[in-house]
Design a protein around this ligand. Structure first.
Ligand code: SAH
Length: 246
């Protein structure tokens, strides 16, 4: 089945962009996924094709108009009725690998790219739209965020990645960062590959990787580590967890 993606944007020429190359590009050629772009400007109603206006209350920049956004979203929905609509915005919920996995298992996704100061807030009331952020950074437009989200979905589609297991051991898939990787040459500028990885002892290698994965997550991403250990405690003894909090 084809994963159908639709991107609503003022810059359709930015697509497929990097998604036309490498793994995603080959998957598109095979028909594993498809891409439609919707030019937001086509839904403007005046002769100047205006898509934005000044912010109510004053301030810098321009805001994308709710009426134009509404008409564009309705059109995208008619192309792909079952795909969830995600708006790219730093005010949204940071996207997670778990959400990407859910999206990739569905029929497709419609992504709405902002520009300028972003969207008239009423669009989130008037249409079913999920507000999604790529992280605590500010981009000049939603397009690079849309490309990142599409890339993350496409690599999970059946048959897209070479080995079916290679998606499972990645960072975040088990709530932890992945262990560090090494490859030949065995010595580079006096630095060697950890001995255990050359031992051929699979149990020892797995134990080392698990330990490094936990160690690095604890140091680098205390937020992930806390969630991971919290989830583990809870599944080990939900009852004990509850009494502890009394
Ligand atoms: N004034 C807004 C930022 C607008 S940036 C604010 O401060 O919240 C212009 C557009 O870039 C946004 O509408 C959004 O579509 C996109 N964008 C910027 N940062 C983003 C992020 N972290 N995640 C997703 N989209 C982002």
């Amino acid at each position: 089945m084809t994963f159908s993606t639709t991107v609503i944007t003022l810059y359709p020429e930015m697509f497929p962009g990097p998604l036309g190359a490498s793994l995603a590009g080959r998957a598109m050629e095979r028909g594993d996924w498809s891409l439609d772009t919707v030019q937001l400007r086509d839904f403007a109603t005046d002769k100047h094709r205006t898509v934005d206006d000044t912010p109510a209350g004053g301030g810098a920049g321009m805001v994308l108009k709710a009426d134009v956004l509404g008409a564009a979203i309705d059109h995208a929905r008619s192309l792909s009725p079952d795909a969830p609509v995600l708006a790219m915005t730093p005010r949204g919920k940071p996207v997670s690998q778990a959400r990407i996995r859910e999206l990739a298992a569905g029929p497709g996704v419609t992504l709405l790219c902002g520009r300028f100061e972003g969207f008239d807030e009423r669009i989130f009331d008037g249409r079913e739209v999920e507000e999604v952020s790529l992280g605590d950074i500010v981009l000049s437009g939603g397009e690079p965020a849309a490309i990142a989200i599409l890339d993350a979905c496409i690599r999970l589609l059946p048959g897209v990645m070479g080995a079916p297991t290679s998606g499972i051991e990645e960072s975040f898939e088990n709530g932890l960062l992945e262990y560090p990787q090494f490859t030949r040459p065995q010595e580079w500028e006096g630095r060697t590959i950890p001995e255990v990885l050359r031992s051929g002892d699979h149990a020892k290698i797995a134990a080392w990787r698990k330990a490094r994965s936990e160690h690095d997550t604890r140091l680098r991403r205390p937020d992930l580590w806390e969630r991971h250990t919290g989830a583990r405690d809870q599944s080990a003894s939900g009852a004990r967890h509850e009494t502890k909090e009394d």
